[in-house]
Design a protein around this ligand. Structure first.
Ligand SMILES: O=C1O[C@H](COP(=O)(O)O)[C@@H](O)[C@H](O)[C@H]1O
Length: 224
């Protein structure tokens, strides 16, 4: 297990400000060495406080390739779409819509093929749900063990959530770890307790596999 870095902040604004600044530093370093930089961000509620701070960073946004870490199988203009959230918040990036086919399986294959051209990603930021899922790798879903296997081939796959919208697309742990920097953004006391249990190895949750098996240290940003 690579030691995780736990960064604790007094409130969500300060946490988001620091994370935005750290992400910008990683991206600027990458852009100093190559033409484009790949950035993967989560959807859901947690990044909503981060995105305005990130958009305000001094960065050549037109050279950033952006993708969600996972997507809900809904229309691209559905308010629940992670792609829609990110594209609206960071409109100057080249934002990739994972929904590239008529079926989740077809879309996952196309998305995976496009992301292969971005590797390694400059930075991957993940979120975590109250049930310990990250990206769209949910406890108990079919194929979970393979998706959490760090030694598996890097892949995008159809995934299943226990709540609507159930049909998802997600990257597996192996592909999420093909990065120069890996982060996890979590808010609230319940999620903190979960992270502490996962770090101690006393859960069977997907986030425990992330914290124990990722091939690079996870930078955890937490605020109440
Ligand atoms: O469904 C999802 O949930 C997780 C966590 O979301 P949050 O609202 O609890 O922050 C998110 O990281 C993921 O990208 C999203 O699709």
């Amino acid at each position: 297990m690579k030691p995780a870095v736990f960064l604790e902040f007094a409130d969500r604004q300060r946490c988001a400000e620091q994370l935005a600044s750290d992400l910008a530093q990683v991206l600027n370093q990458t852009l100093a060495q190559q033409a484009r930089a790949g950035l993967l961000l989560p959807g859901g509620s947690s990044p909503q406080v981060l995105l305005p701070y990130l958009a305000a960073q001094a960065l050549d946004w037109a050279r950033i390739d952006l993708s969600p870490t996972d997507e809900r199988w809904v229309a691209g203009d559905d308010p629940r779409s992670n792609y829609r959230l990110l594209q609206a918040a960071l409109p100057k990036t080249r934002c990739l819509d994972p929904r590239q086919g008529d079926s989740p399986q077809g879309a996952a294959s196309q998305w995976q093929a496009q992301l292969a051209g971005w590797l390694p990603f400059a930075a991957v930021l993940l979120g975590m749900g109250e049930d310990g899922h990250f990206a769209s790798l949910f406890p108990g879903m079919p194929g979970l063990a393979a998706a959490l296997d760090e030694a598996a081939a890097p892949a995008a796959l159809p995934a299943l959530a226990p709540v609507e919208p159930c049909q998802r697309l997600s990257l597996n742990l192996s592909l999420l770890c093909q990065a120069g920097w890996l982060g996890l953004l979590v808010f609230g006391l319940d999620k903190r307790r979960l992270i502490e249990a996962a770090l101690a190895g006393t859960t069977q949750l997907p986030v425990q596999a992330l914290l124990h098996n990722a091939r690079l240290p996870v930078n955890i940003y937490w605020a109440p």
